[in-house]
Write a protein that binds this ligand. Structure first.
Ligand code: ADP
Ligand code: MG
Length: 447
């Protein structure tokens, strides 16, 4: 779909959701600079407006755009002043955006660079491999196959390679493509008998980045075509980088000959980020968004949110809260917001029963469930009890009163105190983090 028409229709929907004044001051002069590979670059007339839109209306825009495109898009904001040509009151929406002047291959997120990539012992290896490939494309490791779970930074690292190569050699032809789109492109090419154009395009690349390659599994013609492209590029020492949510041997219905091609290069997994890495990622993201996040607060957030994607969502919420209510960024605010978001994620995990968590905590500390529910305040029972309160809240989203009832009729303020204590302690206490993940493992073993 044409970006102009798409944006017009997104704005129509946004208009219904915000006040007239907000719409006119914030949205009227925005435009969709590009929408490629599910990255929507949105142009805002000034950095001030960009900040406001990004912090307050990120999820609104994303919801509307996702619905209209039936895709899961990420949003990137940029300053793009588009003065109206005439003063006439023409149609409200006349985006006059040009594609970004920087000559980036389509689909690249400008933030996904090596500079913005946090490195720790956890992801040192994939980082080193990616930088080696960026330094010597086509010769270091070919293909480079990065795999790992959601949000571990596969796309970021893959795109960082592209950014680095463009910086070093701007003339390099780089194609970045997501497996799903690659598949659609091949299918359309076959349908419209334009496979030649397709072949030419891909075989002219100096660097081919195929993100989420697992999508091509099970699609014979797509794999066939990719196999030939792969061979043609590799023969000429053109760099190929692939990402997947699992290693080649676990991609079901992947042709053996492709699998062995993938295995001929370097296969590296990116593990889930640990607490230190999440803290570092959070600090980078906060800086990008212009939020002055102090270390202690970053640690509290990172200790309580496991997923990198949720970390970013949390920052956006935090920013919105500060700006709309004009309040300072304090630990209390963070705790309140954490409580809310933990509540929500807890609600999605309803299949776990409170008793399973009570049982797991009791087992972990060699106690009986009855002791956890009793009135005793001896430390070796009271502390596991507070952990239990935290887990009942965060894992199941159980209301405070109910947590109190489950634990022998305790007052909800006692529960608040317990949950806050653990939330804050997690940021500084490695042992506690290990204990909590051990308990979670026990719970997961039960279901
Ligand atoms: P994946 O492709 O593995 O699902 P992404 O690359 O999309 O994950 O990463 C999800 C989010 O987390 C992105 O905003 C990305 O910038 C961020 N992220 C993940 N790992 C890192 C890291 N090591 N340093 C900085 N940001 C990271
Ligand atoms: Mg990805």
């Amino acid at each position: 779909m044409n970006t102009e028409i798409l944006w017009k229709s997104v704005l129509e929907e946004i208009k219904i959701n915000v006040s007239k004044a907000i719409f006119q001051t914030l949205f009227q002069n925005t435009c969709l600079v590009s929408l490629q590979n599910n990255v929507a670059t949105i142009g805002c007339p000034s950095s001030y407006i960009q900040g406001l839109i990004e912090s307050r209306y990120y999820s609104l825009i994303k919801d509307v755009l996702d619905r209209q495109t039936k895709n899961n898009n990420s949003l990137v904001f940029t300053v793009k002043f588009t003065p109206k040509k005439t003063e006439n009151i023409g149609p409200l929406f006349t985006p006059e955006c040009q594609p970004p002047s920087k000559n980036l291959p389509s689909g690249l997120n400008p933030f996904y660079t090596f500079e913005n990539f946090a490195v720790s012992s956890v992801n040192q290896l994939p980082y080193a491999a990616a930088t080696a490939v960026a330094k010597n494309p086509g010769t270091a490791y070919n293909p480079l196959f990065l795999w790992g779970g959601v949000g571990v930074g596969k796309t970021h690292l893959m795109q960082a390679i592209a950014h680095q190569i463009i910086k070093d050699k701007p003339q390099t032809k780089i194609i970045y493509c997501v497996g799903e789109e690659f598949t659609n492109e091949i299918i359309n090419a076959i349908r419209s008998k334009t496979t030649d154009i397709f072949k030419k395009k891909y075989r002219l690349a100096d660097v081919l980045l195929l993100d989420d390659v697992q999508f091509i599994a099970g699609k014979t013609t797509v794999q066939e075509e990719f196999f030939h492209t792969f061979n043609a590029l590799q023969k000429e020492n053109k760099q190929i980088v692939l990402t997947s949510d699992r290693p080649p041997e676990e991609i079901a219905k992947l042709e053996d000959r492709l699998r062995s091609r993938f295995e001929g290069g370097l296969i590296i997994d990116i593990p889930q980020p640990d607490f230190e890495l999440r803290t570092a990622i959070l600090l980078i993201k906060a800086k990008q968004k212009g939020i002055d996040l102090d270390m202690k607060i970053a640690q509290i957030i990172a200790a309580n949110i496991d997923s990198t994607r949720k970390l970013e969502g949390f920052l956006v919420r935090l920013m919105s809260e500060i700006q709309t209510k004009n309040i300072p960024l304090t630990q209390e605010l963070v705790n309140t917001l954490l409580g809310k978001s933990l509540d929500e994620s807890g609600k999605q995990r309803k299949q776990i029963k409170p008793n399973q968590i009570i049982e797991a905590v009791a087992q972990y500390y060699n106690l009986k469930p009855a002791q956890l529910k009793s009135s005793t305040r001896v430390k070796n029972i009271a502390f596991p009890r507070q952990i239990l309160m935290y887990l009942l809240r965060t894992e199941l989203g159980i209301p405070l009163m109910e947590v109190g009832n489950l634990l022998g009729g305790r007052d909800h303020t006692t529960v608040i105190h317990g949950v806050e204590k653990i939330t804050n302690l997690l940021s500084s206490n490695e042992e506690l983090r290990v204990d909590i993940s051990g308990i979670k493992q026990k719970v997961n073993q039960q279901i």
